[in-house]
Design a protein around this ligand. Structure first.
Ligand SMILES: Cc1ncc(C[n+]2csc(CCO)c2C)c(N)n1
Length: 227
């Protein structure tokens, strides 16, 4: 078992180090509810609204990645992702909310839930107090996890395609372009993690696990309509 683990790619070792937390996130009841279409629409709407605030802070986190850059390549990577979120993702999210009956005025008046606050500020602090690798590891459950959620759902026998209001959400994250972006992040992390000491790897594993648990809490917030 340990031989398998040590031969595994570094990113897979991060996941293996918190396997039960990772599964609880990827296979969360909120995710299953999107898959079989039984998730209450109020839960999805609550999630969508909080996700707007999440995206604002996520954009700030990529701004922090720009600040933490130590090379032109890193500077451009942070800038490109920051621009994609601000110029594309935010607009897409606003039209997605509109389709679900949430107006821009609603979004402007939103109160941030504790789960949104906990997760986004955790990621920003991991980056502010650490280096670019700490920040990427804190962001990885978001970037890579959603690709895994979509792939996992597509492989489930309970997936309901016809008449499922969440099918478009699943298809969006299952899309090749999004899967490639997630793979690019895995590749970047595999390259950066390859040379770290066991002590540093253990430190980064804790950040990855914390962020994974905070992602699961974000689903739970949607499910329970927590504020
Ligand atoms: C709580 C929460 N976690 C992850 C994502 C997914 N996500 C948001 S931005 C981004 C990267 C693309 O720029 C990804 C994958 C989400 N929407 N909400």
């Amino acid at each position: 078992m340990s031989a398998v683990l040590s031969n595994a790619l570094p990113f897979d070792r991060l996941v293996d180090a918190c396997a039960s937390d990772w599964r609880a996130y990827i296979e969360h009841p909120f995710v299953r509810g999107m898959g079989d279409g039984a998730l209450p629409e109020a839960s999805f709407r609550h999630y969508l609204k909080q996700d707007y605030l999440f995206l604002v802070h996520f954009a700030r986190a990529w701004g922090l990645a720009v600040y933490k850059a130590r090379s032109m390549g890193e500077l451009r990577q942070g800038l490109d992702i920051l621009k994609a979120i601000v110029d594309l993702e935010m607009g897409l999210h606003i039209s997605w909310c509109a389709e679900w009956g949430v107006s821009e005025d609603d979004l402007a008046m939103l109160q941030e839930s504790r789960a949104t606050m906990a997760y986004t500020r955790y990621v920003l602090d991991a980056g502010a107090s650490g280096d670019l690798l700490d920040l990427h590891v804190a962001l990885a459950p978001c970037v890579v996890g959603y690709a895994d959620v979509a792939s996992w759902l597509l492989a489930q026998p309970f997936l309901k395609r016809d008449g499922n209001p969440y099918m478009r959400w699943i298809d969006m994250y299952a899309d090749a372009e999004f899967q490639q972006a997630a793979q690019a992040e895995r590749d970047w992390l595999n390259a950066r993690l390859a040379g770290v000491t066991p002590e540093r790897f253990a430190q980064l594993s804790r950040i990855f696990r914390d962020a994974t648990r905070l992602e699961a809490d974000f689903w739970q917030m949607g499910l329970t309509l927590a504020d």
